[in-house]
Design a binder for this molecule. Sequence first.
Ligand SMILES: Cc1cc2nc3c(=O)[nH]c(=O)nc-3n(C[C@H](O)[C@H](O)[C@H](O)COP(=O)(O)O)c2cc1C
Length: 204
Amino acid sequence: MSSAIASIRLLGLSGSLRRASHCTAILRTLAVTLSDRARLDLFDLAAIPLYNQDLDADGGPDSVRTLKAAIAAADGVVLVSPEFNYGMSGVLKNALDWASRPAYTSVFKNKPSLVITASPAFTGGVRAQAQIIETLVAMLAHVVATPQVVVAAVHEKVAEGRLVDDAALRFALGAVDALLRDIALRKLAALRSSEHDTGGAFVP
Ligand SMILES: Cc1cc2nc3c(=O)[nH]c(=O)nc-3n(C[C@H](O)[C@H](O)[C@H](O)COP(=O)(O)O)c2cc1C
């Protein structure tokens, strides 16, 4: 199990483009904290254009193709989003709409995915979280089952670009552990099935 975990690569998507974003700070903190167990790379969604089906041919514009390739190469995706007007950020929804194509066979199909939301409110973006999960389900992503991680009062828990609240960090790491376990089990299952693959030859 440990070597399966050691080679895990995660992709982090922040729903906020703000330079001092709390969501991006949470992702950065997870990346540092996890570094001995998995690699978590952040993908900046700033270059993703507004979704336009006219441009959605041959994988879409270059920036979208880069995003899709990054998702495809990752073992799992960690999405951290603020709540805007009771929903996920437009930045994240737009990126997910691009990444969702081709429908039902996209790079998100079966992709282990973990959703975290954060907000200054006591609700911690829980309404946005439900929406993100619903969108991921529509894309046939594999949303990891774990207690919902919402970071309430996030403005009091982030300082100098890091999540500094121990309880919130531990809770988020518990969910990331569930994601890593899920990925490790999938890797082991894939390894076992390749070991048993006889290439179609009959093995008595
Ligand atoms: C346009 C707008 C709408 C917002 N709506 C909500 C909301 O419905 N619920 C909520 O909890 N916070 C809401 N907020 C607060 C954001 O969740 C908060 O600013 C958050 O920290 C932004 O994420 P970031 O720090 O990663 O940029 C809203 C903020 C903006 C700018």
